[in-house]
Design a protein around this ligand. Structure first.
Ligand SMILES: *[C@@H]1O[C@H](CO)[C@@H](O)[C@H](O)[C@H]1NC(C)=O
Ligand SMILES: *[C@@H]1O[C@H](CO)[C@@H](O)[C@H](O)[C@H]1NC(C)=O
Ligand SMILES: *[C@@H]1O[C@H](CO)[C@@H](O)[C@H](O)[C@H]1NC(C)=O
Ligand SMILES: *[C@@H]1O[C@H](CO)[C@@H](O)[C@H](O)[C@H]1NC(C)=O
Ligand SMILES: CC(=O)N[C@H]1CO[C@H](CO)[C@@H](O)[C@@H]1O
Length: 559
Protein backbone atom coordinates (compact mmCIF):
# COMPACT_ATOMS: atom_id res chain seq x y z
CA UNK A 1 0.00 0.00 0.00
CA UNK A 2 1.21 3.46 -0.69
CA UNK A 3 1.99 5.58 2.26
CA UNK A 4 -0.94 7.73 3.23
CA UNK A 5 1.48 10.62 3.41
CA UNK A 6 1.36 10.77 -0.34
CA UNK A 7 -1.66 12.80 0.26
CA UNK A 8 -3.29 14.31 -2.68
CA UNK A 9 -6.99 14.93 -2.77
CA UNK A 10 -8.58 15.10 -6.12
CA UNK A 11 -12.01 16.40 -6.87
CA UNK A 12 -13.85 15.23 -9.93
CA UNK A 13 -13.62 18.52 -11.76
CA UNK A 14 -9.89 18.10 -11.83
CA UNK A 15 -9.05 20.60 -9.14
CA UNK A 16 -6.17 19.37 -7.13
CA UNK A 17 -5.08 20.32 -3.72
CA UNK A 18 -2.10 18.77 -2.17
CA UNK A 19 -0.65 18.75 1.24
CA UNK A 20 2.59 18.86 -0.51
CA UNK A 21 5.04 18.57 2.34
CA UNK A 22 3.84 15.07 3.01
CA UNK A 23 3.88 14.05 -0.61
CA UNK A 24 7.62 14.41 -0.37
CA UNK A 25 8.59 10.83 -0.21
CA UNK A 26 12.18 11.70 0.39
CA UNK A 27 14.37 8.81 -0.27
CA UNK A 28 16.96 7.68 2.11
CA UNK A 29 18.84 4.50 2.46
CA UNK A 30 20.00 2.79 5.58
CA UNK A 31 23.34 3.78 7.02
CA UNK A 32 26.44 1.76 6.35
CA UNK A 33 28.68 2.83 9.17
CA UNK A 34 31.55 0.58 10.09
CA UNK A 35 30.56 -2.09 12.55
CA UNK A 36 33.26 -1.94 15.12
CA UNK A 37 32.03 -3.55 18.32
CA UNK A 38 35.40 -4.98 19.31
CA UNK A 39 37.45 -2.34 17.54
CA UNK A 40 39.69 0.13 19.36
CA UNK A 41 38.03 3.15 20.91
CA UNK A 42 38.88 6.79 21.49
CA UNK A 43 37.72 9.22 24.17
CA UNK A 44 37.22 12.96 23.74
CA UNK A 45 36.75 15.32 26.68
CA UNK A 46 34.13 17.95 25.82
CA UNK A 47 34.49 21.61 26.79
CA UNK A 48 33.02 23.32 29.85
CA UNK A 49 33.00 20.22 32.03
CA UNK A 50 30.33 18.64 29.85
CA UNK A 51 31.84 15.17 30.28
CA UNK A 52 33.55 12.90 27.76
CA UNK A 53 32.42 10.79 24.81
CA UNK A 54 33.68 7.44 23.68
CA UNK A 55 34.00 6.84 19.94
CA UNK A 56 35.57 4.33 17.61
CA UNK A 57 37.03 4.15 14.11
CA UNK A 58 35.84 3.89 10.56
CA UNK A 59 37.52 3.77 7.16
CA UNK A 60 37.08 6.14 4.25
CA UNK A 61 35.60 4.68 1.09
CA UNK A 62 38.34 5.23 -1.47
CA UNK A 63 41.72 5.35 0.26
CA UNK A 64 41.02 3.46 3.50
CA UNK A 65 42.05 6.31 5.73
CA UNK A 66 41.11 5.87 9.37
CA UNK A 67 38.67 8.33 10.89
CA UNK A 68 37.10 8.62 14.31
CA UNK A 69 33.37 8.54 14.75
CA UNK A 70 31.29 9.68 17.71
CA UNK A 71 27.71 8.70 17.11
CA UNK A 72 24.75 9.79 19.13
CA UNK A 73 26.21 12.58 21.29
CA UNK A 74 23.25 14.17 23.07
CA UNK A 75 23.10 17.94 22.78
CA UNK A 76 19.64 18.53 24.28
CA UNK A 77 17.42 17.08 26.96
CA UNK A 78 14.81 14.63 25.65
CA UNK A 79 11.92 16.78 24.30
CA UNK A 80 9.31 14.70 26.03
CA UNK A 81 6.31 15.39 28.33
CA UNK A 82 6.20 19.11 29.11
CA UNK A 83 9.23 19.68 26.89
CA UNK A 84 7.47 18.16 23.89
CA UNK A 85 6.94 20.83 21.14
CA UNK A 86 8.98 23.29 23.21
CA UNK A 87 12.31 24.85 22.28
CA UNK A 88 15.12 22.43 23.12
CA UNK A 89 16.83 22.60 26.52
CA UNK A 90 20.62 22.19 26.44
CA UNK A 91 21.81 18.85 27.71
CA UNK A 92 22.63 18.78 31.40
CA UNK A 93 26.34 18.01 31.79
CA UNK A 94 27.11 14.40 32.45
CA UNK A 95 30.02 13.09 34.43
CA UNK A 96 32.40 10.48 33.18
CA UNK A 97 32.37 9.09 29.66
CA UNK A 98 29.26 8.70 27.55
CA UNK A 99 29.15 5.86 25.07
CA UNK A 100 28.92 7.31 21.55
CA UNK A 101 29.56 4.08 19.69
CA UNK A 102 26.06 3.75 18.27
CA UNK A 103 23.62 6.10 16.65
CA UNK A 104 20.96 7.27 19.05
CA UNK A 105 17.28 6.81 18.36
CA UNK A 106 16.10 8.52 15.21
CA UNK A 107 13.46 11.12 16.04
CA UNK A 108 10.17 9.21 16.05
CA UNK A 109 8.88 8.13 12.61
CA UNK A 110 5.92 5.78 12.32
CA UNK A 111 7.87 3.22 10.30
CA UNK A 112 10.85 3.14 12.65
CA UNK A 113 9.36 2.93 16.16
CA UNK A 114 10.85 0.50 18.61
CA UNK A 115 7.72 -0.66 20.43
CA UNK A 116 9.69 -1.74 23.50
CA UNK A 117 10.83 1.77 24.33
CA UNK A 118 9.00 4.29 26.49
CA UNK A 119 8.00 7.63 25.03
CA UNK A 120 10.78 9.30 27.01
CA UNK A 121 13.26 6.97 25.36
CA UNK A 122 11.76 7.32 21.88
CA UNK A 123 11.79 11.08 22.06
CA UNK A 124 15.33 11.15 23.37
CA UNK A 125 16.62 11.71 19.86
CA UNK A 126 18.43 15.05 19.93
CA UNK A 127 21.81 13.52 19.26
CA UNK A 128 24.50 14.48 16.83
CA UNK A 129 27.28 12.49 15.21
CA UNK A 130 30.81 13.78 14.64
CA UNK A 131 33.35 12.33 12.21
CA UNK A 132 36.96 13.48 12.13
CA UNK A 133 40.41 12.27 11.11
CA UNK A 134 42.47 14.50 13.37
CA UNK A 135 41.55 15.51 16.89
CA UNK A 136 44.30 18.14 17.15
CA UNK A 137 43.70 19.81 13.80
CA UNK A 138 41.76 22.95 13.01
CA UNK A 139 39.74 21.66 10.09
CA UNK A 140 36.73 23.13 8.33
CA UNK A 141 33.45 21.77 9.65
CA UNK A 142 30.59 20.54 7.46
CA UNK A 143 27.25 20.50 9.25
CA UNK A 144 24.60 18.47 7.42
CA UNK A 145 20.86 19.09 7.80
CA UNK A 146 19.03 16.06 6.48
CA UNK A 147 15.85 16.03 4.43
CA UNK A 148 12.91 13.68 4.75
CA UNK A 149 9.88 15.80 3.96
CA UNK A 150 9.96 17.25 7.51
CA UNK A 151 8.64 13.89 8.74
CA UNK A 152 11.66 11.61 8.42
CA UNK A 153 15.44 11.53 8.42
CA UNK A 154 18.30 10.55 10.71
CA UNK A 155 22.05 10.78 11.14
CA UNK A 156 22.35 7.07 10.43
CA UNK A 157 21.03 7.54 6.89
CA UNK A 158 24.07 9.67 6.01
CA UNK A 159 27.28 7.68 6.15
CA UNK A 160 30.45 9.84 6.09
CA UNK A 161 32.85 7.57 4.23
CA UNK A 162 33.16 9.76 1.09
CA UNK A 163 33.30 13.18 2.71
CA UNK A 164 35.92 12.05 5.24
CA UNK A 165 38.29 11.40 2.33
CA UNK A 166 38.93 15.14 2.67
CA UNK A 167 40.35 16.96 5.68
CA UNK A 168 37.07 18.16 7.15
CA UNK A 169 35.03 17.39 10.23
CA UNK A 170 31.49 16.24 9.47
CA UNK A 171 28.66 16.83 11.95
CA UNK A 172 25.20 15.35 11.40
CA UNK A 173 22.69 16.56 14.01
CA UNK A 174 19.25 15.09 14.43
CA UNK A 175 16.27 17.35 14.71
CA UNK A 176 12.64 16.67 15.50
CA UNK A 177 10.37 15.68 12.62
CA UNK A 178 6.65 15.32 12.01
CA UNK A 179 3.98 16.41 14.46
CA UNK A 180 6.30 16.04 17.45
CA UNK A 181 8.49 18.77 16.05
CA UNK A 182 6.44 21.08 13.92
CA UNK A 183 3.01 21.36 15.55
CA UNK A 184 2.24 24.89 16.62
CA UNK A 185 -0.56 26.95 18.07
CA UNK A 186 1.53 30.13 18.29
CA UNK A 187 1.52 29.85 22.08
CA UNK A 188 4.23 29.31 24.65
CA UNK A 189 3.50 25.58 24.86
CA UNK A 190 3.60 25.03 21.10
CA UNK A 191 5.61 28.04 19.88
CA UNK A 192 6.48 26.60 16.45
CA UNK A 193 9.70 25.84 14.60
CA UNK A 194 11.10 23.71 17.43
CA UNK A 195 13.11 21.66 14.90
CA UNK A 196 14.87 24.79 13.63
CA UNK A 197 15.66 25.62 17.25
CA UNK A 198 17.10 22.10 17.57
CA UNK A 199 19.43 22.85 14.68
CA UNK A 200 20.41 26.20 16.18
CA UNK A 201 21.25 24.45 19.43
CA UNK A 202 23.35 21.89 17.58
CA UNK A 203 25.18 24.79 15.90
CA UNK A 204 25.83 26.28 19.36
CA UNK A 205 27.17 22.90 20.42
CA UNK A 206 29.57 22.99 17.48
CA UNK A 207 30.82 26.43 18.53
CA UNK A 208 31.48 25.13 22.02
CA UNK A 209 32.91 21.69 21.43
CA UNK A 210 34.07 21.12 17.89
CA UNK A 211 37.66 22.19 18.53
CA UNK A 212 37.96 19.11 20.76
CA UNK A 213 37.34 17.06 17.61
CA UNK A 214 39.86 18.97 15.51
CA UNK A 215 37.24 21.25 13.97
CA UNK A 216 37.54 25.02 13.46
CA UNK A 217 34.41 26.69 14.86
CA UNK A 218 35.10 29.71 12.66
CA UNK A 219 34.88 27.70 9.46
CA UNK A 220 31.50 25.97 9.62
CA UNK A 221 29.57 25.27 6.42
CA UNK A 222 25.95 24.23 6.74
CA UNK A 223 24.49 22.07 3.99
CA UNK A 224 20.96 20.80 3.75
CA UNK A 225 18.92 18.96 1.14
CA UNK A 226 15.18 18.98 0.39
CA UNK A 227 13.39 19.65 3.71
CA UNK A 228 16.90 20.26 5.02
CA UNK A 229 17.25 22.93 2.33
CA UNK A 230 14.09 24.51 3.70
CA UNK A 231 15.72 24.59 7.14
CA UNK A 232 19.13 25.77 5.87
CA UNK A 233 17.56 28.64 3.91
CA UNK A 234 15.45 29.55 6.98
CA UNK A 235 18.66 29.84 8.97
CA UNK A 236 20.04 32.22 6.36
CA UNK A 237 16.99 34.47 6.64
CA UNK A 238 16.33 34.15 10.37
CA UNK A 239 17.21 37.05 12.68
CA UNK A 240 17.82 34.38 15.35
CA UNK A 241 20.84 32.96 13.52
CA UNK A 242 24.01 34.45 14.95
CA UNK A 243 26.55 35.42 12.29
CA UNK A 244 29.20 33.43 14.14
CA UNK A 245 27.38 30.11 13.75
CA UNK A 246 28.44 29.40 10.17
CA UNK A 247 30.51 30.92 7.40
CA UNK A 248 29.03 29.38 4.25
CA UNK A 249 25.88 27.60 3.19
CA UNK A 250 24.88 24.94 0.68
CA UNK A 251 21.19 24.65 -0.12
CA UNK A 252 20.32 21.57 -2.20
CA UNK A 253 16.98 21.08 -3.91
CA UNK A 254 14.49 23.34 -2.26
CA UNK A 255 14.26 26.55 -0.30
CA UNK A 256 12.02 28.31 2.15
CA UNK A 257 10.49 30.14 -0.83
CA UNK A 258 8.72 26.95 -1.92
CA UNK A 259 5.03 26.60 -1.24
CA UNK A 260 5.69 23.27 0.49
CA UNK A 261 8.27 24.81 2.81
CA UNK A 262 5.80 26.78 4.93
CA UNK A 263 2.83 25.50 6.88
CA UNK A 264 0.02 27.99 6.32
CA UNK A 265 -2.32 27.07 9.14
CA UNK A 266 -0.68 25.09 11.93
CA UNK A 267 -3.26 26.16 14.53
CA UNK A 268 -6.17 24.56 12.68
CA UNK A 269 -3.98 21.56 12.02
CA UNK A 270 -3.25 21.14 15.75
CA UNK A 271 -6.96 21.29 16.55
CA UNK A 272 -7.76 18.80 13.80
CA UNK A 273 -5.18 16.36 15.14
CA UNK A 274 -6.40 16.85 18.71
CA UNK A 275 -9.93 15.98 17.60
CA UNK A 276 -8.70 12.98 15.64
CA UNK A 277 -7.00 11.75 18.80
CA UNK A 278 -10.40 11.64 20.45
CA UNK A 279 -9.67 14.50 22.82
CA UNK A 280 -12.35 17.05 23.63
CA UNK A 281 -12.48 20.87 23.75
CA UNK A 282 -9.72 21.03 21.17
CA UNK A 283 -10.49 24.64 20.35
CA UNK A 284 -9.37 25.66 23.86
CA UNK A 285 -5.68 26.01 24.54
CA UNK A 286 -5.30 24.08 27.82
CA UNK A 287 -7.15 20.90 26.82
CA UNK A 288 -5.43 21.00 23.44
CA UNK A 289 -1.95 21.19 24.98
CA UNK A 290 -2.80 18.56 27.55
CA UNK A 291 -4.03 16.24 24.81
CA UNK A 292 -1.00 16.70 22.60
CA UNK A 293 1.51 16.42 25.44
CA UNK A 294 -0.04 13.36 27.06
CA UNK A 295 -0.86 11.31 23.99
CA UNK A 296 1.53 8.48 23.29
CA UNK A 297 4.09 9.01 20.55
CA UNK A 298 2.76 6.12 18.54
CA UNK A 299 -0.82 7.43 18.64
CA UNK A 300 0.26 10.90 17.53
CA UNK A 301 2.19 9.44 14.64
CA UNK A 302 -0.69 7.19 13.63
CA UNK A 303 -3.10 10.12 13.69
CA UNK A 304 -0.84 12.24 11.49
CA UNK A 305 0.30 9.97 8.67
CA UNK A 306 -1.66 12.03 6.16
CA UNK A 307 -0.70 15.41 7.58
CA UNK A 308 2.16 17.47 6.26
CA UNK A 309 4.46 19.53 8.44
CA UNK A 310 6.86 22.36 7.82
CA UNK A 311 8.20 25.59 9.28
CA UNK A 312 5.71 28.24 10.35
CA UNK A 313 5.81 32.01 9.97
CA UNK A 314 5.29 34.00 13.15
CA UNK A 315 6.61 31.45 15.65
CA UNK A 316 6.97 32.67 19.21
CA UNK A 317 10.70 32.04 19.15
CA UNK A 318 11.15 34.70 16.51
CA UNK A 319 12.88 32.32 14.12
CA UNK A 320 10.70 33.31 11.16
CA UNK A 321 8.97 36.47 12.40
CA UNK A 322 7.73 37.29 8.91
CA UNK A 323 7.28 35.56 5.60
CA UNK A 324 10.60 34.83 3.84
CA UNK A 325 9.54 37.29 1.10
CA UNK A 326 9.65 40.03 3.75
CA UNK A 327 12.65 38.75 5.68
CA UNK A 328 14.84 38.63 2.62
CA UNK A 329 14.40 42.37 2.09
CA UNK A 330 16.61 43.04 5.09
CA UNK A 331 19.12 40.31 4.26
CA UNK A 332 22.60 41.44 5.32
CA UNK A 333 24.59 38.24 5.67
CA UNK A 334 27.83 37.91 3.73
CA UNK A 335 27.65 34.16 3.51
CA UNK A 336 28.89 32.58 0.30
CA UNK A 337 26.10 30.40 -1.02
CA UNK A 338 26.11 27.28 -3.19
CA UNK A 339 22.63 26.28 -4.23
CA UNK A 340 20.91 24.28 -6.94
CA UNK A 341 18.74 21.37 -7.90
CA UNK A 342 18.78 18.16 -9.88
CA UNK A 343 17.89 18.29 -13.55
CA UNK A 344 14.54 16.55 -13.04
CA UNK A 345 14.03 17.52 -9.43
CA UNK A 346 10.23 17.52 -9.65
CA UNK A 347 9.73 14.06 -11.10
CA UNK A 348 8.91 12.65 -7.67
CA UNK A 349 6.06 15.15 -7.36
CA UNK A 350 4.87 13.96 -10.75
CA UNK A 351 5.06 10.39 -9.48
CA UNK A 352 3.07 11.15 -6.30
CA UNK A 353 0.54 13.06 -8.34
CA UNK A 354 0.27 10.21 -10.81
CA UNK A 355 -0.36 7.72 -8.00
CA UNK A 356 -2.99 9.89 -6.38
CA UNK A 357 -4.69 10.39 -9.71
CA UNK A 358 -4.56 6.71 -10.59
CA UNK A 359 -6.20 5.91 -7.27
CA UNK A 360 -9.03 8.24 -8.14
CA UNK A 361 -9.73 7.78 -11.83
CA UNK A 362 -9.40 4.34 -13.32
CA UNK A 363 -7.99 5.60 -16.61
CA UNK A 364 -5.68 8.58 -16.24
CA UNK A 365 -5.56 8.95 -20.02
CA UNK A 366 -9.20 9.85 -20.01
CA UNK A 367 -8.02 13.24 -18.75
CA UNK A 368 -6.60 15.56 -21.35
CA UNK A 369 -3.06 16.83 -21.08
CA UNK A 370 -4.53 20.20 -20.18
CA UNK A 371 -6.53 18.75 -17.30
CA UNK A 372 -3.57 16.73 -16.10
CA UNK A 373 -1.22 19.70 -16.04
CA UNK A 374 -3.83 21.98 -14.52
CA UNK A 375 -3.98 19.63 -11.54
CA UNK A 376 -0.26 20.15 -11.00
CA UNK A 377 -0.52 23.93 -11.22
CA UNK A 378 -3.47 23.95 -8.85
CA UNK A 379 -1.30 22.52 -6.10
CA UNK A 380 0.35 25.92 -5.75
CA UNK A 381 -2.86 27.87 -6.13
CA UNK A 382 -1.73 31.00 -7.90
CA UNK A 383 -5.05 32.78 -7.60
CA UNK A 384 -4.59 35.02 -10.63
CA UNK A 385 -3.83 31.92 -12.68
CA UNK A 386 -1.24 33.88 -14.62
CA UNK A 387 1.71 31.62 -13.90
CA UNK A 388 -0.36 28.49 -14.62
CA UNK A 389 -1.45 29.86 -17.93
CA UNK A 390 1.98 31.00 -18.95
CA UNK A 391 3.51 27.68 -17.97
CA UNK A 392 0.94 25.80 -20.02
CA UNK A 393 1.51 28.11 -22.93
CA UNK A 394 5.29 27.81 -22.87
CA UNK A 395 5.83 24.20 -21.90
CA UNK A 396 3.23 22.46 -24.05
CA UNK A 397 2.86 22.43 -27.80
CA UNK A 398 -0.65 23.76 -28.46
CA UNK A 399 -1.83 20.64 -30.26
CA UNK A 400 -0.78 18.47 -27.33
CA UNK A 401 -2.67 20.40 -24.68
CA UNK A 402 -6.12 19.25 -25.69
CA UNK A 403 -5.01 15.77 -26.61
CA UNK A 404 -4.62 12.66 -24.47
CA UNK A 405 -1.06 12.10 -25.60
CA UNK A 406 0.53 11.99 -22.17
CA UNK A 407 3.64 10.24 -23.39
CA UNK A 408 4.44 13.19 -25.62
CA UNK A 409 3.73 15.53 -22.71
CA UNK A 410 6.11 13.83 -20.27
CA UNK A 411 9.02 16.29 -20.76
CA UNK A 412 6.61 19.17 -20.14
CA UNK A 413 5.31 17.49 -17.00
CA UNK A 414 8.91 17.17 -15.81
CA UNK A 415 9.63 20.84 -16.39
CA UNK A 416 6.34 21.92 -14.86
CA UNK A 417 6.84 20.03 -11.59
CA UNK A 418 10.56 20.78 -11.39
CA UNK A 419 10.06 24.49 -11.99
CA UNK A 420 7.22 24.93 -9.53
CA UNK A 421 8.42 22.82 -6.65
CA UNK A 422 12.20 23.03 -6.77
CA UNK A 423 13.89 25.19 -9.37
CA UNK A 424 11.90 28.36 -8.95
CA UNK A 425 12.25 28.45 -5.13
CA UNK A 426 15.99 27.83 -5.47
CA UNK A 427 16.43 30.46 -8.18
CA UNK A 428 14.49 32.95 -6.06
CA UNK A 429 16.75 32.32 -3.09
CA UNK A 430 19.89 32.64 -5.21
CA UNK A 431 18.91 35.73 -7.15
CA UNK A 432 17.39 37.63 -4.22
CA UNK A 433 20.49 37.08 -2.14
CA UNK A 434 22.75 37.89 -5.06
CA UNK A 435 20.88 41.13 -5.72
CA UNK A 436 21.12 42.25 -2.09
CA UNK A 437 24.73 41.13 -1.59
CA UNK A 438 26.36 41.28 -5.03
CA UNK A 439 29.84 41.10 -3.53
CA UNK A 440 29.20 37.80 -1.78
CA UNK A 441 29.55 34.86 -4.16
CA UNK A 442 26.42 32.88 -5.04
CA UNK A 443 26.91 29.70 -7.07
CA UNK A 444 23.97 28.05 -8.78
CA UNK A 445 24.11 24.52 -10.14
CA UNK A 446 21.98 22.00 -11.94
CA UNK A 447 23.01 18.45 -11.08
CA UNK A 448 22.76 16.64 -14.43
CA UNK A 449 24.55 13.32 -13.92
CA UNK A 450 22.59 10.16 -14.69
CA UNK A 451 24.22 7.15 -13.06
CA UNK A 452 23.30 3.59 -12.29
CA UNK A 453 21.41 4.31 -9.08
CA UNK A 454 18.42 6.51 -8.48
CA UNK A 455 16.18 7.45 -5.61
CA UNK A 456 13.19 7.27 -7.97
CA UNK A 457 10.61 5.01 -6.35
CA UNK A 458 13.06 4.11 -3.64
CA UNK A 459 10.37 3.08 -1.20
CA UNK A 460 7.70 1.52 -3.40
CA UNK A 461 9.44 0.72 -6.65
CA UNK A 462 9.05 2.67 -9.86
CA UNK A 463 8.07 0.07 -12.44
CA UNK A 464 4.41 1.10 -12.48
CA UNK A 465 5.10 4.61 -13.75
CA UNK A 466 4.84 5.31 -17.48
CA UNK A 467 7.92 7.55 -17.17
CA UNK A 468 11.46 7.30 -15.80
CA UNK A 469 12.61 9.42 -12.90
CA UNK A 470 15.43 11.12 -14.79
CA UNK A 471 17.96 12.89 -12.59
CA UNK A 472 15.68 12.44 -9.64
CA UNK A 473 15.32 14.40 -6.42
CA UNK A 474 18.04 13.32 -3.94
CA UNK A 475 20.19 11.66 -6.60
CA UNK A 476 22.91 14.24 -5.88
CA UNK A 477 23.25 12.79 -2.38
CA UNK A 478 24.10 9.37 -3.81
CA UNK A 479 27.51 10.90 -4.61
CA UNK A 480 28.04 12.65 -1.26
CA UNK A 481 27.03 9.98 1.26
CA UNK A 482 28.22 6.41 0.93
CA UNK A 483 24.88 4.67 0.57
CA UNK A 484 25.45 2.80 -2.72
CA UNK A 485 28.29 0.60 -4.03
CA UNK A 486 29.46 3.01 -6.73
CA UNK A 487 31.76 1.91 -9.52
CA UNK A 488 33.31 3.35 -12.67
CA UNK A 489 31.86 6.67 -13.74
CA UNK A 490 29.53 6.73 -10.76
CA UNK A 491 32.54 6.62 -8.44
CA UNK A 492 34.16 9.32 -10.57
CA UNK A 493 31.08 11.46 -10.10
CA UNK A 494 31.27 10.95 -6.34
CA UNK A 495 34.88 12.16 -6.41
CA UNK A 496 33.72 15.21 -8.31
CA UNK A 497 30.84 16.02 -5.96
CA UNK A 498 32.94 15.52 -2.84
CA UNK A 499 35.65 17.71 -4.34
CA UNK A 500 33.21 20.54 -5.12
CA UNK A 501 31.33 20.37 -1.79
CA UNK A 502 34.40 20.08 0.43
CA UNK A 503 36.46 22.69 -1.40
CA UNK A 504 33.60 25.13 -0.89
CA UNK A 505 33.75 24.27 2.83
CA UNK A 506 37.54 24.50 2.91
CA UNK A 507 38.20 27.70 0.97
CA UNK A 508 34.82 29.04 -0.16
CA UNK A 509 35.45 28.11 -3.79
CA UNK A 510 33.48 25.16 -5.15
CA UNK A 511 36.02 23.77 -7.61
CA UNK A 512 35.67 25.19 -11.09
CA UNK A 513 32.10 26.43 -10.63
CA UNK A 514 31.35 29.99 -11.75
CA UNK A 515 29.49 32.40 -9.47
CA UNK A 516 26.56 34.51 -10.60
CA UNK A 517 27.73 37.74 -12.18
CA UNK A 518 24.18 38.97 -12.63
CA UNK A 519 20.76 37.87 -11.47
CA UNK A 520 20.43 35.85 -14.66
CA UNK A 521 23.59 33.81 -14.66
CA UNK A 522 25.81 32.09 -15.29
CA UNK A 523 24.97 28.73 -13.73
CA UNK A 524 26.84 25.42 -13.58
CA UNK A 525 25.86 22.07 -15.01
CA UNK A 526 27.32 19.43 -12.70
CA UNK A 527 28.33 16.33 -14.53
CA UNK A 528 31.54 14.34 -14.91
CA UNK A 529 32.70 17.65 -16.37
CA UNK A 530 31.33 20.96 -15.14
CA UNK A 531 29.98 23.16 -17.93
CA UNK A 532 28.72 26.69 -17.73
CA UNK A 533 25.26 27.78 -18.86
CA UNK A 534 24.72 31.45 -19.59
CA UNK A 535 21.15 32.08 -18.47
CA UNK A 536 19.78 30.21 -15.49
CA UNK A 537 16.24 30.43 -16.86
CA UNK A 538 17.36 27.75 -19.32
CA UNK A 539 17.12 25.27 -16.47
CA UNK A 540 13.34 25.75 -16.36
CA UNK A 541 12.90 24.12 -19.76
CA UNK A 542 15.71 21.58 -19.41
CA UNK A 543 13.46 18.65 -20.31
CA UNK A 544 11.53 20.04 -23.27
CA UNK A 545 14.74 21.51 -24.71
CA UNK A 546 16.58 18.22 -24.32
CA UNK A 547 16.91 16.51 -27.73
CA UNK A 548 17.14 13.19 -25.88
CA UNK A 549 14.06 13.78 -23.69
CA UNK A 550 12.43 10.67 -25.18
CA UNK A 551 14.36 8.61 -22.64
CA UNK A 552 12.12 10.01 -19.90
CA UNK A 553 9.08 8.26 -21.39
CA UNK A 554 8.33 4.60 -21.14
CA UNK A 555 6.73 4.19 -24.51
CA UNK A 556 5.64 0.66 -23.83
CA UNK A 557 3.44 1.77 -20.97
CA UNK A 558 0.07 3.40 -21.24
CA UNK A 559 -0.73 6.23 -18.88
C1 LIG B 1 -6.54 29.03 -3.04
O1 LIG B 1 -6.47 30.35 -2.58
C2 LIG B 1 -7.74 30.91 -2.30
C3 LIG B 1 -7.53 32.38 -1.97
O2 LIG B 1 -6.44 32.56 -1.14
C4 LIG B 1 -8.39 30.14 -1.16
O3 LIG B 1 -9.66 30.65 -0.88
C5 LIG B 1 -8.49 28.68 -1.57
O4 LIG B 1 -9.00 27.92 -0.49
C6 LIG B 1 -7.14 28.13 -1.98
N1 LIG B 1 -7.30 26.80 -2.48
C7 LIG B 1 -6.47 25.84 -2.16
C8 LIG B 1 -6.75 24.55 -2.82
O5 LIG B 1 -5.54 25.98 -1.40
C1 LIG C 1 11.93 6.85 6.91
O1 LIG C 1 13.22 6.57 6.45
C2 LIG C 1 13.63 5.25 6.70
C3 LIG C 1 15.09 5.12 6.28
O2 LIG C 1 15.28 5.41 4.95
C4 LIG C 1 12.72 4.28 5.96
O3 LIG C 1 13.08 2.97 6.25
C5 LIG C 1 11.30 4.54 6.37
O4 LIG C 1 10.42 3.74 5.60
C6 LIG C 1 10.91 5.98 6.22
N1 LIG C 1 9.59 6.20 6.79
C7 LIG C 1 8.60 6.81 6.14
C8 LIG C 1 7.31 6.98 6.89
O5 LIG C 1 8.71 7.24 5.01
C1 LIG D 1 46.68 16.96 12.83
O1 LIG D 1 46.66 18.37 12.79
C2 LIG D 1 47.79 18.96 13.41
C3 LIG D 1 47.54 20.45 13.47
O2 LIG D 1 47.24 20.96 12.19
C4 LIG D 1 49.03 18.59 12.61
O3 LIG D 1 50.18 19.14 13.22
C5 LIG D 1 49.16 17.09 12.57
O4 LIG D 1 50.21 16.71 11.74
C6 LIG D 1 47.87 16.44 12.08
N1 LIG D 1 47.96 15.00 12.24
C7 LIG D 1 47.75 14.18 11.23
C8 LIG D 1 47.85 12.72 11.57
O5 LIG D 1 47.49 14.55 10.09
C1 LIG E 1 -8.20 5.28 -21.52
O1 LIG E 1 -8.60 6.50 -22.15
C2 LIG E 1 -7.99 6.70 -23.41
C3 LIG E 1 -8.34 8.13 -23.85
O2 LIG E 1 -9.67 8.42 -23.61
C4 LIG E 1 -8.47 5.63 -24.37
O3 LIG E 1 -7.85 5.81 -25.64
C5 LIG E 1 -8.09 4.27 -23.82
O4 LIG E 1 -8.62 3.24 -24.64
C6 LIG E 1 -8.62 4.11 -22.40
N1 LIG E 1 -8.04 2.88 -21.84
C7 LIG E 1 -8.80 2.01 -21.20
C8 LIG E 1 -8.08 0.81 -20.66
O5 LIG E 1 -9.99 2.18 -21.00
C1 LIG F 1 23.68 6.30 21.28
C2 LIG F 1 22.70 7.13 22.00
O1 LIG F 1 21.55 6.77 22.15
N1 LIG F 1 23.16 8.27 22.45
C3 LIG F 1 22.37 9.21 23.15
C4 LIG F 1 21.32 9.84 22.31
O2 LIG F 1 20.73 10.83 23.09
C5 LIG F 1 20.13 10.37 24.25
C6 LIG F 1 19.58 11.56 24.93
O3 LIG F 1 19.84 12.72 24.27
C7 LIG F 1 21.09 9.67 25.17
O4 LIG F 1 20.42 9.15 26.29
C8 LIG F 1 21.78 8.61 24.41
O5 LIG F 1 22.78 8.06 25.21
Amino acid sequence: MRRRGVYVMLTLCGVLTAALGASFVILLTGGRGADASDAPTVTVELSNGQGAVLGNYGLTAWTDQTFMQFRGIPFAEPPTEELRFRPPVARFPWTGTLNALNFGQRCPVITNLDGLLSDAELEDCLNLSVYTKNLSGSQPVMFYIYGGGYYNGSAEDHPPNYILEKDVVLVVPQYRVGALGWLSTYTEDLPGNAPIADILMALDWVQLHINRFGGDPQRVTIFGQSAGAGVASSLLLSPKTGDHLFKRAIVQSGSIFAKWAINKDPRTQSQRICARLGCSRCEEQDPLVECLQKTKVQDILKATTSESFSPVVGDLQGILPQHPRELVKSYRRQTPLLTGFTQHDGSFVLASYYDALAAKVSNVSSLSVRQFSQGISDMVNDTSGLSDNILNRLLFKPQILNSHDHNAAVPSYFDLTSAIFMKSPVITLATQIYTLQPNTPVYLYSFDYEGKYTRFGYEFGNSHYPFNGGVHHSNDNIYLFSTHPLEGQDAQMAHKMVEVWTSFAINGIPGELSPLTSASGPYNQLNLEVTKGEDLLETLTASIDDPDSGRLQREDMEF
